[in-house]
Design a protein around this ligand. Sequence first.
Ligand SMILES: [Fe+2]
Ligand SMILES: [Fe+2]
Length: 243
Amino acid sequence: MSKEITLNDVKENDEFKQLINASNNSLKVLGYTEHGLRHVGYVSKTTANILSTLGFPQRTVELGAIAGWIHDIGNAINRKHHGLTGSLLAYDILVRMGMDAGEVALIISAIGNHEEETGTPVNEVAAALILADKSDAHRSRVRRETADRKDIHDRVNLSIKKNYLAIDKNKKTIRLVIQMDNTSATMEYLQIYLSRMVLSEKAAAFLGYWFELVINGNVINRRKPVASTNVHPKAGETEVSEE
Ligand SMILES: [Fe+2]
Ligand SMILES: [Fe+2]
C-alpha cells in the first residue's frame, strides 16, 4: 500500500539528510560552490514555483519540490554521473518510504536528467528541475573559507549580485536575469555555464516557453529587443526563483 510522501517526510528522512551532507562535504573538498541545504532548498522551492505558476496539479508541484530537495545526492558517491547515481539512491529510499511507484519513477527520471552531460527534459518535473538548478549562480554560493578570485567559478559567482528567474505566461518566456559586477564578465559566465544554458533552453521549450538569458540588460541567447534593463521582474512576470 503506497503512502502520499510529502516534502516534509523527505526532509525528515535521515538517509537523505546524510546523503545531502556527504554530497556537500565531498564537493567542498573538490572545490565546488555550495551544494548544501541552501542550494537544495532554492532548487526545491524554485522547481515547485515553476510547476505551480505553469498550472500543473498540486501533487506534481510537490513531486517537483521533492526532486529538487534530493537532486544532488549522487554527489555523495562521485561528482561524475551524480544525476544517474542519485536517481538510483533515491529510488531505493523512496520505495522503502512507501511512495507510489509511478511517482518514484517520475522523480528518478527528473534527477537522472538534471545534468547537462547526460540530461534531457523528459517530463515536466525534469524540465522544471533543470531550469531551477541551472539558475542558481550567485555570490552567496561561494564558500567564504575557500573563496579564490583566481578560480573562474568563484569569480563568476562572486560577481553575481542579483539573479532571478521569472515567467511571463502571456509572452511565453522564462527569463533568467543576472546582474554581474566587473569581478567577472559575461564571457566568463558563458565559458563555464554555456552548456547549462543550452539545456535550460531545451527545458523551457519542453514546457512550451522561450528561455531568455539576460545578463546586465543584454539578451544573450536570442535576437529580441529588451524592453527594459530593469533588474526587477517586469509587469506580467511572476518571479519563481526563491531563496
Ligand atoms: Fe547536480
Ligand atoms: Fe544542483
